[in-house]
Design a protein around this ligand. Structure first.
Ligand code: GDP
Length: 183
């Protein structure tokens, strides 16, 4: 893409997962380093930031939030178009949000071209277990969730908190690296 003589490769990332798992909050923490309890929807469709130069190529990252459409599972295929990778969230205090990961993985498979170069037949995905600060309410078994992600060869973080800013940057960095290395 060239805009005003500025040459760059645009990387499009989608944040997916059930309603209320903290997608907007994780994105807000990552981008603005802010968090507010009870505040839903980040209020923008996407954020964009410079990633930097890798192997002489200038990368910019665009991260899209679904802004509530996931509640009714009405995310259209046009939303997926052109995306290079996915951050897939569940809420460690909500077992159903974990059980639904397979639904989201199926949606990703259905809506994005499967790369022949990937060993697991999936585009780059990183799975995040958010709200780990709510230690007394944790329902999802860490070991089982790790096993599930490992069995699909998906990088995962079982301990993330947008509230306490735990493991926020790492999943994004790993995903961006995975996308860029894949070319
Ligand atoms: P989304 O629907 O997936 O975008 O979820 P939101 O970002 O709107 O978050 C849903 C609710 O969970 C809000 O009340 C947030 O304040 C809360 N929340 C999000 N992340 C965390 C977290 O890491 N810890 C705690 N305790 N609450 C969180």
């Amino acid at each position: 893409t060239t805009i005003n003589g500025d040459d760059y490769e645009l990387i499009k990332v989608l944040i997916l997962g059930d309603y209320h798992v903290g997608k907007g909050s994780v994105l807000r923490r990552y981008h603005y380093d802010e968090f507010e309890l009870g505040v839903s929807a980040i209020g923008v469709d996407f954020i964009k930031r410079d990633y930097g130069i890798v192997d002489g190529k200038n990368y910019k990252i665009q991260i899209w939030d679904v802004n509530g459409c996931e509640r009714f599972r009405t995310i259209t295929s046009s939303y997926y178009r052109g995306s290079h990778g996915f951050l897939l969230l569940y809420d460690v205090t909500n077992q159903e949000s974990f059980n639904n990961l397979q639904f989201w993985i199926n949606e990703i498979k259905k809506n994005s071209p499967i790369s022949s170069s990937s060993s697991n037949g999936l585009p780059p995905i990183v799975i995040i277990g958010n709200k780990c600060d709510l230690i007394n309410d944790i329902k999802v078994d860490h070991i089982k969730s790790k096993q599930f992600c490992d069995s699909l060869s998906i990088n995962s973080f079982q301990n993330v908190s947008a509230k306490d800013s735990i493991n926020i940057n790492e999943p994004f960095e790993i995903l961006f690296k995975q996308i860029i290395e894949k070319g």
